[in-house]
Ligand binder design. Structure first.
Ligand code: HAM
Length: 419
């Protein structure tokens, strides 16, 4: 136990961190181009925020949250996603009085007590984007185009985009009636959660993963009657995507696992990322700010699982460039050389050059082996002779080339090499 990370969590080790940094860099660059600014939100919030925001009939809130009482007896939950926290921050920080739309992005960890399997963890990483204040479909198109461009920048091919509209509360009223009618006769066969959902939010039944419910869900009626406003919004979204050359499919089965969505919902899917297949999901939530206690404001966003994105990149054999090793290793023989090297390394580092020397009184052979393993580009060996004569041999570990150099010139040389 003591030496094992809790189930569903894992370390991201130095040997693989460059992959994450590569993705984070692409995200930051892209968000800058699209005018989205980074926001950092707390890891935990009052449980009530998620009950109201994500919805207390969802699987996430009913089954998957890490909830506990803090020492003052308040109910606290680890964030199972980012949208609710960002909405809380939008309200708390009076962002509605700033020029709209407000465009935000975040890279967060999120926590869900789920069955662990490929692409499904209990702690996972999400890149998310939220835009507040704009009602028209052009923001929906913009949000989706961020993802299309991210996949393109990362060389990822063929991830299917599925879109749907789940309408506004007005269109949903009639649909909920249809669903109630449909599920009435099988109510006793549904799981306990769904029997409860039947009374409070029949649409949620559609997303249930229990086997006993799935039998009835597959023939349930679809939402095919949108009101005029939702229809024209959906048409606007499709036209916008076509305008940008972004391929999509309309998938009437997308309902999403969170309660806040209105109108547009979408998912990017691939069979490479586990049985659930969703790399990214999102949609519009025009009622959420008000539900969470703010003045009504429309919003739309998405969350993308970084672990699933990496799984997809692996399946597509996309090579992420590995960063180079440090620039110079100074191997030393004897105490005088060690003191000299200590100072030289310090000066090199102050010039932004990656340099290191021995810290373990290793033999020269062991130092050379270490430098080779760690991928240093250059190596120089210093002993008393080199220091007295102000001369040493600088070896390029990649080309094998060796050069006699004066010790005084090493910093300048390395500066030039580093450019
Ligand atoms: P979500 O569909 O629940 O939406 O999650 C978004 C993405 O997070 C998923 O597509 C998946 O890649 C990743 N993800 C979710 N659960 C796990 C897990 N257990 N293990 C690994 N990855 C996971 C949301 O969270 C919404 N907040 C998205 C959103 C933002 N909608 C509007 N704005």
């Amino acid at each position: 136990m003591l030496t094992q990370a809790p189930k569903g969590t894992r370390d991201i080790l130095p040997a693989e961190i460059y992959k994450w940094q590569h993705i984070e860099k692409a995200i930051a660059g892209l968000c800058r181009s699209f005018g989205y600014k980074e926001i950092r939100i707390p890891v935990f919030e009052h449980t009530e925020l998620f009950q109201r925001g994500v919805g207390d009939t969802t699987d996430i809130v009913q089954k998957e949250m890490y909830t506990f009482l803090d020492k003052s007896g308040r109910s606290i939950s680890l964030r199972p996603e980012g949208t609710a926290g960002v909405v809380r921050s939008y309200i708390e920080n009076g962002m509605s009085s700033l020029p709209q739309p407000i465009k935000l992005y975040y890279n967060i960890t999120a926590y869900r007590y789920e069955n662990v399997q490929k692409g499904r963890y209990r702690e996972f990483h999400q890149f998310g984007v939220e835009a507040f204040g704009a009602t028209g479909p052009s923001t929906d198109v913009e949000i989706i185009s961020i993802l299309a461009m991210l996949f393109d920048r990362l060389d990822i091919k063929q991830i299917g985009l599925n879109i749907n509209s789940i309408g506004c509360p007005k269109c949903r009223e009639a649909y909920n009636d249809k669903l109630s009618e449909y599920f009435r006769s099988s109510l006793q066969e549904l799981c306990e959660n769904c029997r409860n959902r039947y009374e409070r939010n029949p649409l949620r039944i559609i997303d249930c993963k229990e086997r006993q419910c799935k039998t009835y869900i597959k023939d349930a009626p679809m939402l095919d009657n949108l009101c005029g406003e939702c229809t024209s919004h959906f048409e606007g979204l499709k036209a916008g995507l076509e305008n940008l050359g972004i391929d999509y499919k309309v998938d009437k089965n997308i309902v999403r696992g969170l309660d806040y969505y209105t109108k547009t919902v979408f998912e990017f899917v691939s069979e490479n990322v586990g049985t659930q297949g969703t790399i990214c999901g999102g949609g519009r939530y025009d009622g959420l700010v008000e539900t969470c206690g703010g003045a009504a404001a429309p919003g739309i966003g998405f969350g993308l699982g970084i672990e699933r994105l990496l799984l997809e990149m692996e399946s597509q054999n996309i090579l992420i460039p590995q960063p180079d090793g440090l620039d110079l290793y100074i191997a030393v023989l004897g105490e005088k050389a060690a003191g000299f090297a200590q100072k030289l390394v310090y000066k090199l580092r102050s010039q932004g050059i990656g340099a290191d020397t021995d810290h373990m009184s290793k033999s020269l052979k062991a130092q050379m082996k270490y430098a080779d393993k760690m991928g240093f580009t250059y190596i120089v060996v210093l002993g008393e002779d080199e220091i007295d004569s102000n001369k040493a041999v600088l070896k390029n570990m990649i080309s094998g080339e060796q050069k006699d150099v004066s010790l005084d010139s090493i910093i300048e040389r390395m500066k030039i090499q580093g450019k």
